[in-house]
Design a protein around this ligand. Structure first.
Ligand code: G4P
Length: 309
């Protein structure tokens, strides 16, 4: 465990997280990628940057690309629109979806067709008219791959491809006459070089909570809330942010000062919620868990943690 002096009296720990089956999953993707026309990468709309793995750009070279901003019901609607445009400007075909309710899911067929227009035209010229496009779903753990596949495939889908027991091969799910999905999604582990990315991925539950440091997560979340959603902190926890020395008109550039103010806010949350240890010391761990849980269960409202640079 490495430590960085972050706030006086409090040290930030680096998440030492080893992505267990990375090599196996990468190999599966490398093998499958030859068979498919289009990679449909699922992002969590609350962290559209941290949930996107640049490795896939290398893996999916020469393939058509679709990005789905999933869990849009949990993200800030205006910011999701900004992200959609951001990725479209980079050449991706992007769709906003909520796999849980199915909103935007069926329309993915159309987006896939648009992304593969060039191939469709090429096939047409060769006289090939009814060949379904072959797609693979990819994304980091917990971004909603299974939920999306279930919603996209619905009940009527049929499995096609090699018969089990005859040849060991890929299973395909026929979505409709235009699209077939590989039934095994590509699991991508996110880039983990930056501690901030690690924390953001932790917020959405992609990393086992047992190996996390809730206080670090809480401080990062508070800093984002102080900057972008100060009213949420005020309303949810009845805080007066000026008690933490925070004035929303201040542009905080000093990281240490910002961390100290975030810590003061965490202490205030602990106080308001009665998170006290023996001797009336504030239980920061308990306060942190309350805040993280409130974020994950939408009690803080729809929040996007990242914006394009
Ligand atoms: P994965 O295959 O990529 O690992 O993700 P999975 O589909 O298992 O989804 C992870 C969690 O995210 C699930 O919640 C799922 O219901 C939820 N989820 C997926 N898409 C959406 C969405 O668009 N909106 C919302 N609000 N949630 C979504 P869970 O708590 O693990 O399971 P459950 O309680 O829903 O059964």
């Amino acid at each position: 465990m490495s430590k960085t002096d972050n706030v006086k009296g409090y040290e930030t720990k680096t998440i030492n997280w080893y992505p267990g089956h990375m090599a196996k999953a990468k190999k599966m993707m490398q093998e499958s990628i030859k068979l498919i026309d289009v990679v449909v990468e699922i992002l969590d709309a609350r962290i559209p940057l941290s949930s996107k793995n640049p490795d896939i750009d290398e893996l999916a070279k020469g393939k058509y690309r679709v990005l789905l901003l999933n869990k849009s019901d949990m993200a800030d609607e205006k910011k999701t629109a900004v992200w959609k445009k951001y990725y479209e400007d980079k050449g991706f075909f992007v769709s906003i979806v909520n796999s849980k309710t199915g909103a935007g899911v069926k329309a993915t067929t159309e987006v896939i067709q648009k992304a593969c227009q060039e191939k469709i035209e090429r096939d047409r010229k060769k006289g090939i008219l009814a060949r379904p496009l072959r797609a693979m779903i990819a994304g980091i753990p917990n971004c909603g791959k299974s939920t999306f596949i279930n919603s996209f495939a619905g009940k009527a889908c049929t499995k096609t491809g090699n018969k089990p027991g005859v040849t060991i091969g890929k299973q395909w799910i026929r979505i409709n006459k235009s699209v077939e999905l590989l039934d095994t999604p590509g699991i991508l582990w996110p880039k983990f070089e930056d501690q901030k990315i690690g924390l953001h991925i932790a917020f959405i539950g992609s990393i086992n909570d047992d190996i996390l440091y809730p206080e670090d997560m809480a401080l990062e979340l508070i800093k984002i809330l102080m900057k972008d959603y100060p009213e949420v902190l005020k309303e949810r926890y009845a805080l007066d942010l000026s008690d933490a020395g925070f004035d929303s008109s201040n542009d905080i550039t000093d990281e240490l000062e910002f961390n100290q103010k975030a810590l003061a806010v965490l202490e205030m949350i602990g106080q308001k919620r009665g998170c006290l240890k023996k001797g009336a010391e504030i239980d920061l761990l308990k306060a942190s868990k309350i805040l993280i849980d409130d974020f994950r269960t939408l009690k803080l409202g729809r929040i996007t943690l990242e914006m394009p640079e």
